[in-house]
Design a protein around this ligand. Structure first.
Ligand code: NDP
Length: 246
């Protein structure tokens, strides 16, 4: 029997990058997987088709984290389609780079709405349906702990807010048998942070393992956290960054 058979997972931002890696891995482990996307309808449809062709179950839902009603609606659609929700992965995020003087109030609101408010809303909506043994896993960033570059203040603020939310939710949901954990990646080769970008060499020079990570590596950790094996782990943040923050 596969590790996540009979489980239902919901992943935000599953059409590209780390989220797409997580969707594919959870489906390969036997879960039925619903996931959201903002723009990439074609990529999302391709992921659903590939999972179904392999005998799995998947559902793509257009739901933009900017919209306050989007995540609660998407969680309800998941429960309506697959009957339950056992695993929530809060993955969708954005990075607005600027100087402190250059940021607009819109940049602040966008960053907090997509990276923090949507995590709270999806977690709240999912927790209302979750039974004992369920899992909430959020993708933060190693920048919550250490900011080595300029122009990342809003992003770092939003990702460090997730540390507090993660701990508080773990306390509140632990008595229901739900574990809550945070994964903090370092440089992962995606559209958000390509291994070929102008600052990639500088990033590699700070790492113990001087190469970008892959979505599949983060997905492997998420699959472990989603499984029964991680039952004794909650309220924690795990950094996977090739030693960047050491
Ligand atoms: P990408 O930009 O490559 O992919 C982002 C994914 O999230 C896409 O599926 C995108 O959907 C979706 N998304 C973006 N904005 C929204 C939104 N407003 N509403 C719904 N979905 C949205 O990002 P990564 O895969 O690199 O990042 C994933 C997570 O990992 C983020 O939280 C990021 O902060 C975090 N992270 C990434 C690191 C890296 O080096 N890559 C390092 C540390 C953390 P669509 O395709 O429709 O646009």
């Amino acid at each position: 029997m596969k590790r996540l058979e009979n489980k239902v997972a919901f992943v935000t931002g599953g059409s590209r990058g780390i989220g797409a890696g997580i969707v594919k891995r959870l489906a390969a482990e036997g879960a039925a997987v619903a996931f959201t996307y903002a723009q990439s309808a074609t990529a999302a449809a391709g992921i659903v088709a590939a999972i179904e062709a392999a005998g799995g179950k998947a559902l793509a839902i257009q739901a933009d984290n900017h919209a306050p009603e989007a995540l609660p609606r998407a969680v309800e659609e998941t429960v309506k389609t697959f009957g339950r929700i056992d695993i929530l992965v809060n993955n969708a995020g954005l990075y607005v780079a600027n100087t402190i003087e250059g940021y607009s109030l819109q940049d602040y609101d966008d960053t907090m709405n997509v990276n923090v408010r949507a995590v709270f809303q999806a977690s709240q909506a999912a927790a209302r349906h979750m039974q004992a043994g369920s899992r909430i896993i959020t993708i933060g960033s190693n920048m919550a702990d250490r900011v080595t570059d300029s122009h990342g203040a809003l992003y770092a603020m939003s990702k460090s807010a997730l540390i507090g939310l993660n701990k508080g939710m773990a306390r509140d949901l632990g008595p229901k048998g739900i574990t809550v954990n945070l994964v903090q990646p370092g440089p992962i080769d995606t559209d958000m942070n390509p291994a070929t970008s102008a600052h990639a060499a500088a990033a590699r020079s700070r790492m113990i393992i001087p190469q970008y990570g892959t979505p599949a590596q983060i997905a492997g950790l998420v699959a472990y956290l989603a499984s029964e094996e991680s039952a004794f782990m909650t309220g924690t943040a795990i950094t996977m960054d090739g030693g960047y923050n050491v």
